[in-house]
Design a protein around this ligand. Structure first.
Ligand code: URA
Length: 233
């Protein structure tokens, strides 16, 4: 296995970030600095910044229902609770697949498999994400839904075509194939409906289902295979 992949599989970083770490001279193989991310690794001793890296871990993916106020970075500089801390009894180095705002609830994936995380997040693969937004500004009219579907001019460019439908007069379900910062909030705001509550209900083929806030479960092999297949389409 190539060195960058070995590091990604060991949970150090995504494969691309691992390659940068190698090029930066932070990795030793059998005691020698190695700057080639493609170097083949079998049974050598691999060290990062002086610490030995245990061999690749079994890949694991969790689905978590992120509660309100919990942050989805691996660590928080303000000491807030993180999604990673909610996964108990797993000593692997897990990281979130993408981000949800602290004020957004719902489905977020966590994994030690940097490659899979990359695959699921890469805009090229366009894995869709579905959100349920409860909004202010009165009952949502058809024109607002059409605008959400067709694309909205935001300060970082026009949004791609999306799906949007009403679940209740002030509850919009919206499915996006992109993931810009605070995108759903900004889109709804732009059509006159500020979001008061936002929940992610689907990630690709995966549904939040009846996971309670703060609860999580490991994905089955079949679910993982389905996610990988979507990302490769
Ligand atoms: N869009 C948002 O506005 N916030 C999120 O957390 C996710 C998508």
């Amino acid at each position: 296995m190539r060195l960058a992949k070995y590091l990604a599989r060991a949970g150090v970083a995504s494969r691309r970030a691992a390659a940068e770490i190698v090029r930066a001279g932070r990795v030793r193989v059998d005691g020698q600095i190695e700057r080639d991310p493609a170097r083949e690794i079998d049974a050598q001793r691999v060290e990062l910044d002086g610490s030995v890296i245990a061999g690749p871990e079994e890949p694991v993916v969790y689905a978590l229902n992120k509660p309100l106020g919990v942050v989805s970075t691996a660590r928080d500089s303000h000491g807030r609770r993180t999604v990673v801390e909610l996964i108990e009894r797993d000593s692997r180095r897990l990281y979130p697949v993408g981000r949800l705002d602290a004020q957004t609830t719902g489905l977020i994936l966590l994994t030690n498999d940097g490659e899979l995380a990359n695959l699921l997040l890469h805009p090229r693969y366009e894995v869709s994400k579905t959100y349920r937004a409860t909004v202010g500004g009165g009952p949502v009219k058809r024109a607002a839904l059409v605008a959400l579907r067709e694309g909205i001019e935001l300060d970082d460019g026009r949004t791609a075509p999306a799906r949007a439908r009403l679940l209740a007069p002030q509850v919009i379900e919206i499915e996006l194939r992109e993931g810009r910062k605070r995108q759903v909030r900004r889109m709804c705001e732009a059509v006159g409906h500020p979001v008061s509550a936002l929940e992610r209900t689907r990630f690709g083929s995966l549904e939040l289902g009846d996971l309670a806030p703060g609860a999580y479960r490991r994905l089955t092999d079949d679910e993982l295979a389905a996610l990988r297949a979507q990302a490769r389409r």
